[in-house]
Design a protein around this ligand. Structure first.
Ligand code: ZN
Length: 220
């Protein structure tokens, strides 16, 4: 009987470890009660996001690289992190919101790059969703967006395009505080070169992390 029980526990244990998602498994050294930050990685798979042709570059790849760096720094600072995608796959907008709520995220940060017809446009902007029915909540989101934008500008020395109200699905439908970072213009040749470099991606990642950390430090 004990033998059977041991076999059962072994099997149960085996299937349990399989159920831990890779994103959570890699953060197990982080305190179990640490805040959970959802990093929403823009685009993916068939959704390439903004593109440039010479040199060829895709927004979805830059977003994933910046998200991985952001996750690494957040983990080092003791935060739990869940990425809405860890590879080059398509994830629908409702699915991203679902991932965030199932992971019980405390904060949601969506990472994107900008693009426009005007090749001289450049700089960084951060969006929050303005809920007219809850001004206090909207003001708190604006402060969060300002904190993150300010820290990114401090790290990158890029031009700040300011904090803006945005009606994007992922920041509108999420239940936790949510912002969307437009980390620079792929349509601007100079900024695109920066966005493609690991060094600049890391500056943006560290800026995002500084802002997130200040948000949680103020809450405590
Ligand atoms: Zn985008």
């Amino acid at each position: 009987m004990q033998f059977l029980l041991a076999i059962f526990l072994l099997l149960a244990g085996g299937s349990f470890t399989k159920e831990i998602k890779p994103s959570l498994a890699s953060t197990l050294t982080v305190p179990a009660d640490a805040p959970i930050v959802i990093i929403d990685v823009g685009h993916g798979g068939t959704d390439l996001g903004a593109r440039s042709h010479q040199p060829y570059c895709e927004e979805k790849r830059i977003c994933l690289q910046m998200a991985r760096l952001t996750k690494r720094h957040l983990n080092q600072m003791g935060y739990r992190v869940v990425l809405t995608r860890e590879t080059d796959v398509f994830i629908s907008l409702p699915k991203r919101v679902e991932i965030a709520s199932q992971a019980h995220g405390d904060l949601f940060v969506s990472i994107h790059c900008n693009s426009t017809r005007n090749p001289t446009a450049h700089g960084i902007e951060v969006f929050f969703h303005d809920n007219r029915d809850d001004k206090a909540h909207s003001n708190a989101l604006k402060k969060l967006a300002e904190a993150v934008l300010g820290r990114i500008i401090r790290r990158t020395e890029a031009v700040s395009r300011g904090v803006k109200k945005g009606n994007f699905y992922v920041i509108r439908e999420t239940a936790m505080p949510a912002i969307l970072v437009e980390s620079g213009f792929i349509s601007n040749p100079a900024e695109r070169d920066l966005l493609r470099s690991r060094e600049y991606q890391d500056k943006i990642a560290r800026g995002i992390v500084d802002g997130i950390d200040s948000f949680f430090k103020k809450k405590r």
